[in-house]
Design a protein around this ligand. Structure first.
Ligand SMILES: [Fe+2]
Length: 386
């Protein structure tokens, strides 16, 4: 038997905990930041969440340039336009504050402001030629894990696809995960981001690229998310639930940043690109149907997932345990308001065939699926989910 080879890619520094924003000034000082760009979106900016970041910057005597127009579900054309505008300045560090869209926008800018060109030049694995601008990532949702991954996703409106840039050079220098930033996240966004994090943990755990590090991170992520998501959605003032959910999303992010995500994400991308269904929501609707299709191909791991999701599964044989796990996930999705079917999101039946074909093109993610999915398998998943 040959030894399994795996690596663990993470930001150089990961800080987690309520109040850890207070360490931002130290991190900026260590990195010698002088000309700082702060990237966020209008919604996050209007809630005042950027204020503590600006206070930390003021402490080290830095007045940053502020870009508060990161778009939800960002696209390559917009990224290119923003980079062309901001490129007149010479920044040495980007602080990103927001959900996955703002963090991915910051990653894209860190490439273009260092190397020029267009975002599309860097699509795919390892196309970024060298180090980019340093970034510090501060998530305001518990979900995407973008603060710890080497992936940035942008839409290509012409191709109606979402395409990723994958490079170790876009890993944040510092991920600063302060759950206080998620305390005001509204219920619907908490649900969508939280279920996205659960999908990251499940898909990376069942990926053929999983290893001992990622298994440990994914299982702990599932335990934390399963124990907190419902409460965080229905009682956002519960700090313990918010803290656990943030930590779970962080660990799930490190896990999927190394072991990858799979078919749920591959199906979610055309849904997002064509019908603008937010990423987390798309994943939440699709998760039970993809799990059902995969179940027999990864029974051992699905049985272990089930034991984390529900005590009922602990004493059962593998098949029944895995089925109980699937039921527990369906119940959780219903309890946090994730729709059962795609038609509830306004997706027409005649769109299913095109989305099945588009899914098959996302081989980068399908190779991580525990079951080798054929076009007919994918068609069947879309049909059941509809
Ligand atoms: Fe995701």
């Amino acid at each position: 038997m040959t030894a399994k080879i795996y690596t663990l890619l993470t930001p150089q520094t990961i800080r987690f905990g309520a109040g850890c924003i207070e360490t931002l000034g130290d991190e900026l000082r260590k990195l010698g930041a002088k000309r700082v760009l702060v990237v966020t979106d209008a919604g996050v900016y209007s809630t005042g969440l950027v204020d503590p970041v600006l206070e930390q910057l003021a402490k080290i005597g830095t007045v940053p340039e502020l870009f508060a127009e990161a778009e939800p579900e960002p696209t390559y054309p917009k990224l290119n336009a923003v980079a062309a505008d901001l490129g007149k300045n010479s920044f040495d560090l980007i602080v990103a504050v927001g959900g996955g869209s703002s963090l991915d926008t910051a990653k894209g800018l860190s490439i273009l402001l260092a190397h020029g060109g267009k975002g599309q030049d860097y699509i795919g694995p390892d196309k970024v030629p060298g180090p980019c601008l340093n970034t510090i990532m501060i998530p305001t949702t518990a979900g995407t894990g973008s603060e710890v991954t080497n992936i940035a996703i942008f839409g290509d409106p012409d191709k109606e696809l979402k395409l990723g840039i994958v490079s170790p050079h876009i890993l944040a220098r510092v991920a600063l995960v302060d759950p206080v930033f998620t305390y005001s996240c509204p219920p619907k966004l908490t649900a969508a981001a939280g279920i996205d994090a659960l999908v990251h943990a499940i898909e990376s755990y069942t990926s053929p690229k999983a290893g001992a590090y990622t298994d440990a991170l994914a299982l702990e992520a599932m335990r934390l998310i399963a124990g907190s998501l419902k409460t965080a959605v229905h009682d956002g003032s519960n700090k313990e639930a918010r803290n656990k959910l943030s930590e779970g999303a962080l660990l799930a992010g490190i896990s999927f940043g190394n072991a990858g995500v799979a078919a749920v994400h591959a199906l979610a991308y055309p849904l997002g690109a064509r019908f603008h269904v937010p990423h987390g929501l798309a994943n939440g609707v699709l998760l039970p149907y993809v799990m059902e299709s995969n179940l027999s191909a990864a029974l051992d791991k699905y049985a272990l997932i089930a034991q984390v999701m529900t005590e009922k599964a602990c004493a059962l044989p593998r098949q029944e345990a895995a089925e109980q796990g699937l039921k527990a996930i369906q119940t959780l999705c219903a309890e946090i308001g994730i729709p059962h079917h795609l038609r509830e999101l306004g997706v027409p039946e005649e769109a299913l065939e095109g989305m099945a074909v588009a899914t098959m093109e996302i081989t980068r993610l399908l190779v991580n699926n525990p079951k080798n999915l054929t076009l007919d398998d994918v068609r069947a998943i879309w049909r059941s989910a509809w």
